[in-house]
Design a protein around this ligand. Structure first.
Ligand SMILES: Cc1cc2nc3c(=O)[nH]c(=O)nc-3n(C[C@H](O)[C@H](O)[C@H](O)COP(=O)(O)OP(=O)(O)OC[C@H]3O[C@@H](n4cnc5c(N)ncnc54)[C@H](O)[C@@H]3O)c2cc1C
Length: 424
């Protein structure tokens, strides 16, 4: 690893951007009416921003989170549900925790519209509209449609929940010597190492069962992260099991016959796992907010405010920045966004040099390679004033040299830390 201690990195969680925030600022806000923020989505980004808006404003900001799901099921660690090492309970977080501890209001509903200049109106599918001063959109991702794909029969398991158990149950039924075919979307997508990690997790299951094939159809020209680690895992640890192909175009999937027609030919499978290309959450594209390449929300990286919609912020996987799409990064971006909103409410300058100089974010992904070993990848980012974008801190870029049992153990400490910092 490049001169960077991973334990220090884990400790950094939650303080990198906290160093930027100044809770006392909010006391200067005028008037007796509490400023109101509505957060759309209660995943890694939405839960973190809600929690820190309350904490850093000394509970002055009125924060309401809207999500159709009563609890968040984490994609992080979900591949360990797929291989049976964890249960769904281990990756499920009740919204009540943030309500009880921090006074965040939670409404179980789906946001259908956001409108208004100045005061915002947030329309809900079932309930009455909400009115607020700022809206934070944290709706995660939506998946492109691939011809012939029925995700009940061909799960993606890239948004955790029923999809995760669906994939797990289907994999359990694969016969010895059977075939699993998976597809990897063009980058940028959610969790850069995630699909390669999934290939390893499934190959491990097949190996322990007594053999089989994992066909990996990657739409990218090569393995996009931890190339040495994953190619060694495919060619050595899972030699004769993983059949990796790059630069693949997926033409059509037959969800009943379980075939994939691709630029590499026709593949028959016992189980297919299609992870389609993705883009910002549906609400963002439905509302026609400005996007980069029609996919990701075009935000200012010092606040995550949309350039085109003052008072509307987009954080997490939906945002289009130069940073990876990860839960750890969503947590980090949420803190920068919370800090910016608090300063705006307090009427202080979010462009102040001392603030700009302190904007940092970070990301980490741990990947199980076998049922007892794991690898990891880290990156920290700082705000580059000249280029007006987040750039990697070179000294923070690191990755494991080996997949081993120590990393596997650290993966649980890191995940517990992230879960606690986000949902509790
Ligand atoms: C297999 C796998 C492994 C991963 N491993 C890691 C890892 O090791 N490390 C890491 O950091 N990241 C990892 N990730 C990535 C991580 O899960 C995502 O980056 C993270 O979930 C993004 O957070 P988010 O808040 O943007 O979106 P989400 O967590 O998906 O939350 C979005 C929420 O918005 C809600 N929503 C959507 N639309 C609306 C609407 N209109 N109204 C109301 N609510 C709405 C949804 O119901 C959902 O609850 C992994 C992902 C996968 C798939």
């Amino acid at each position: 690893m490049n001169n960077f201690n991973r334990r220090d990195f884990i400790k950094l969680m939650g303080i990198s951007t906290a160093a930027v925030a100044t809770p006392s600022l909010i006391k200067t806000a005028s008037g007796n009416v509490s400023p109101r923020v509505v957060v759309v989505g209660s995943g890694f980004a939405g839960s973190t921003v809600a929690k820190y808006l309350r904490l850093w404003s000394n509970n002055i900001i009125d924060v309401t989170v809207v999500d159709p799901k009563p609890a968040h099921v984490s994609c992080v660690m979900s591949n360990l549900v797929v291989n049976g090492q964890l249960n769904m309970n281990d990756i499920t977080f009740e919204h009540a925790l943030l309500s009880q501890k921090y006074g965040v209001n939670f409404i179980q509903d789906y946001v259908t519209d956001v409108s208004g200049i100045g005061e915002k109106k947030v329309s809900l599918q079932n309930g009455s509209p909400l009115y607020c001063d700022y809206v934070v959109l944290a709706p995660g991702i939506q998946l492109d449609q691939i011809p012939g794909v029925d995700h009940d029969k061909v799960p993606h398991a890239w948004i955790a929940g029923e999809q995760t158990t669906n994939l797990r149950d289907k994999i359990q039924q694969i016969p010895v010597g059977g075939t699993f075919v998976m597809t990897i979307p063009k980058a940028p997508y959610r969790c850069p190492p995630g699909p390669y990690e999934r290939a390893c997790v499934v190959a491990d299951i097949m190996k322990n069962k007594g053999g089989g094939t994992v066909v990996v159809l990657d739409m990218n020209p090569k393995i996009i992260v931890e190339e040495h680690m994953f190619s060694t895992a495919f060619n050595e640890t899972y030699n004769g099991i993983v059949d990796y192909r790059s630069n693949v175009t997926i033409q059509e999937v037959d969800s009943d016959e379980l075939t994939v027609l691709s630029s590499e030919g026709l593949f028959n499978a016992d189980v297919i796992n299609v992870i389609p290309p993705h883009r910002a959450g549906k609400i963002i594209t439905d509302l026609g907010f400005n996007t980069i390449s029609g996919r990701w929300a075009d935000v200012n990286p010092i606040s995550y405010e949309l350039y085109s919609e003052p008072g509307v912020f987009v954080i997490g996987d939906s945002s289009g920045t130069s940073q990876p799409k990860s839960g750890h990064m969503a947590n980090s971006q949420a803190k920068v966004g919370a800090d910016a909103i608090i300063r705006m409410i307090a009427g202080t300058d979010i462009n102040a040099p001392e603030r700009i100089a302190n904007i940092t974010t970070n990301s980490a992904c741990y990947s199980p390679i076998t049922s007892t070993t794991a690898t990891w990848l880290t990156a920290g980012f700082y705000y580059n004033l000249l280029e007006h974008k987040m750039k990697p801190v070179q000294a923070s870029l690191g990755q494991a040299e080996l997949h081993n049992a120590d990393n596997y153990k650290d993966m649980f400490s890191w995940a517990e830390n992230l879960f606690e910092n986000t949902f509790m």
